[in-house]
Ligand binder design. Structure first.
Ligand code: ZN
Ligand code: ZN
Length: 328
């Protein structure tokens, strides 16, 4: 009997799931799960709702409720829909919970102790009228490349250009409409550059990943891995586990916390069944194969960033065995 860990991309809790989720990232892993169960393998299938980030806070402000209300509403709706379809997760978890907070903070601390997380000064938009720093979706303006209006301050959806603060033309605060300033703010950054070589080495030996996943990952790595900031000035998210007043108004950035959900859901389930260390069977036994069923937009997070984070803990956590990303 083999052990199989199936990880499913986390739907974002800002709206109901649609047919694309079902056909793209829910049905294939459930078929895979049933197949391995028939073979007599021990199978865990984990995932859940991605509940942090600015789209949820934007919706909450529009409705005049807390972000938690929005995140819980769509978590419940999506959980019921998935159960109704007969897709049987071992645990359909959520990122706004105590265990996920604990595991995310543990990983942050391990990476920091190992020298893979460090402090940086970053430019960010700040609205003097709202007296707030404005993460990505709270600033819009004109795309300097294609001229599209009302584009987000981090990316133009029309032409795909990505921006840093100061790039877009005539920026305005989406909360009050006034012009923001660019100010410097202290953040933490993930030393992704340290993993470029080891990840390329591992990829070279890989003979079985889907060609689209392998070539995308290879091109991404060959373009050079840049360090990325993993904290933000906002209150909805996981608190930064570092002492000091200056960190109290910041949280861990959603992309860093969401991928940790696979691990935290496994830990959570082990605790639920009264075997708190059983998750190690799926995460530390090299014989266990872990599969990640995701959409193609998520490839770099699962083939580069998550493997780098796992490696950086230096805890012997299993790397993804395969990443069957769909093309939709
Ligand atoms: Zn554009
Ligand atoms: Zn404002």
């Amino acid at each position: 009997m083999s052990k199989i860990l199936i990880n499913i991309a986390w739907p974002y809790a800002n709206g109901p799931i649609h047919l694309g989720h079902v056909a793209g990232s829910l049905l294939p892993p459930d078929i895979f799960r049933r197949y391995h169960r028939l073979l007599g393998n021990e199978v865990w299938m984990v995932g859940g709702s991605d509940q942090h980030g600015t789209p949820i806070t934007v919706t909450a402000e529009k409705e005049g409720v807390t972000p938690e209300v929005i995140a819980e509403r769509y978590h419940e709706i999506n959980k019921k829909a998935i159960e109704g379809l007969g897709i049987e997760y071992t645990l359909y978890n959520k990122t706004h919970c105590a265990t996920h907070t604990e595991i995310t903070q543990w990983m942050f601390t391990r990476l920091k102790e190992n020298g893979y997380i460090y402090e940086v000064e970053e430019d960010e938009y700040y609205c003097p009228k709202c007296a707030k720093f404005l993460p990505d979706r709270y600033v819009e303006g004109e795309c300097p490349k294609c001229g599209a209006k009302n584009v987000r301050s981090d990316q133009c959806d029309s032409c795909g250009t990505t921006f840093v603060p100061g790039d877009i033309i005539s920026p305005y605060c989406t909360r009050c409409g006034s012009a923001p300033e660019v100010r410097s703010s202290k953040q933490f950054s993930l030393r992704l550059s340290a993993f470029e070589k080891p990840l390329l080495e591992t990829l070279k030996k890989n003979t079985y990943w889907r060609p689209n996943v392998k070539s995308f990952t290879e091109n991404f790595l060959k373009g050079g891995l840049k360090d990325r900031s993993i904290t933000r000035d906002m209150s909805w998210g996981i608190p930064i586990p570092v002492e000091g007043e200056e960190w109290k108004s910041k949280v861990i950035y959603v992309w860093f916390d969401a991928v940790i959900g696979y691990l935290s859901a496994s830990v959570e389930y082990s605790r639920m069944i009264g075997k708190p260390d059983y998750w190690k069977e799926f995460w530390k036994d090299p014989e266990c194969r872990s599969y990640y069923f995701i959409g193609k937009d998520n490839i770099p997070f699962h083939s580069i960033i998550w493997p780098a984070m796992l490696m950086g803990t230096e805890e012997g956590l299993n790397q993804p065995y395969d990443i069957p990303a769909n093309e939709y």
